[in-house]
Design a protein around this ligand. Structure first.
Ligand code: ZN
Length: 117
């Protein structure tokens, strides 16, 4: 039975379950994984942070924990509806999307209801 190094794909021998040739390959592999993860997660994180900033700025203007805003306005501000930190469906079947300490739902075809925790 033989294995290959997860980093350089060279044939490995030795103990079962060994994943890398040596500590250099192990470090290279983990650095590559860290970079690959960072590329994706940093982009998505920045979208969610931007979404939170947009909701927070409107909240600071209105000074109320429950407000309505148009979908067009949010889109114009750069809000990306695809990215949120979670979602739930309430007993009336309405979906709430979470952006950290905010949640919102489509109140009508153009109105978004936003609630701050
Ligand atoms: Zn290797």
């Amino acid at each position: 039975m033989s294995w290959i190094c997860a980093n350089c794909q060279k044939k490995l021998s030795g103990r079962k379950g060994k994943r890398f040739c040596d500590s250099i390959c192990k470090n290279e592999y983990h650095n590559k994984m860290r970079l690959a993860n960072a590329e994706v997660t940093q982009t998505i994180d920045s979208f969610m942070h931007r979404n939170r900033t947009i909701l927070f700025e409107i909240y600071l203007e209105k000074r109320i924990k429950k407000y309505f805003v148009t979908k067009a306005y949010l889109t114009k501000k750069g809000f990306k509806f695809k990215y949120h930190t979670g979602s739930t469906v309430n007993s009336q079947g309405k979906t709430y999307h979470y952006i950290y300490d905010f949640r919102y739902m489509e109140f009508s075809s153009d109105q978004i209801m936003v609630l701050k925790n």
